[in-house]
Ligand binder design. Sequence first.
Ligand code: SAM
Length: 323
Amino acid sequence: MTPCRHCANIAPAGNRGKSISFEYVPELVSSRTARVCRYQGPWCTWGRRVADQLFSDGEVYERLMGRWSRLVGKAFLAWLDTAKKLQWLDVGCGNGAFTEEIIAHCAPATMVAIDPSDDQLAFARMKHEANIADFRSGDAQALQFADASFDVAVMALVISFLPDPAKAVSEMARVVRPGGWVAAYMWDVPGGGTPVDPIYVEMEAMGMTSVRPSNPEVSRRETMQELWEKTGLGAIETRTIRIPVSYSNFNDFWDSNTAPIGPQGKLIEGMSPGAREELRTRLRSRLPTSDGRIVYESFANAACSSPDFSHRHVLRRRSLAPG
Ligand SMILES: C[S@@+](CC[C@H](N)C(=O)[O-])C[C@H]1O[C@@H](n2cnc3c(N)ncnc32)[C@H](O)[C@@H]1O
């Protein structure tokens, strides 16, 4: 049996016979040959240090994007207004931030969450150790579940990263029972709704390639409506969710958005000192301030097909009907 290369442990009694797997954690090591002992995580001292560091990276992510995606996620779930005790699928769950919101606000009976990134799933599993969520590896465009196996399928801030968004929506429709909820939301990328949009704009003005998601057009509200219609889903509603984005001052904005995690932070870290300073100066003069605070609005578009919406349509029609 292979011992952990960091702490030289082998699996303790009870776990002997299982193979030890190692995992690449890009937040911690820059080389694919340096790996973390996953299987021995709970008792490997090196693995524990890694876990601590991952959590603090999670905090950096929270400051960069997590706090804004939570705000929009809460508003989205309030809009869906589902019943409790349903069977949920979270497609493209990432580090589990939105999964956590579903569990907190919708009291699901079961919660399955999929993502293709093993690193993100490892982080989500550590965070959700005692929770009901079942995190699995999977692809939105080829869901590994039987037809009609969920009440609700949601896809949060994922659709613009997919090469084939139509396939993903039809896959969600397939695995949801007739009359269930098929829903998604994404920052309005072409409309400038992403919280980091000022950075995209200024990098592009400097002639650099920013790190916009690869499929921005699908995040338009009318494109999402069309996609849901083409999938053959009924009772469709779309909406734009607006959230306030606010930083205590320019340094808070800069430090939050330039931490060297994720593609944007790494791109900024790799800029020459002169180019970084130019980006900083451009952003400082562009960003709206109020009493030193930087405050602006970000917005996401959401689409949903659900029985409750047809019910709401009936109610609305009735309340509008004369007499
Ligand atoms: C911006 S994150 C959103 C994570 C999470 N849903 C949230 O709201 O916090 C985008 C996620 O999409 C995932 N993703 C990319 N391609 C995917 C695919 N083909 N199927 C499922 N998820 C995918 C990425 O791994 C990443 O975790």
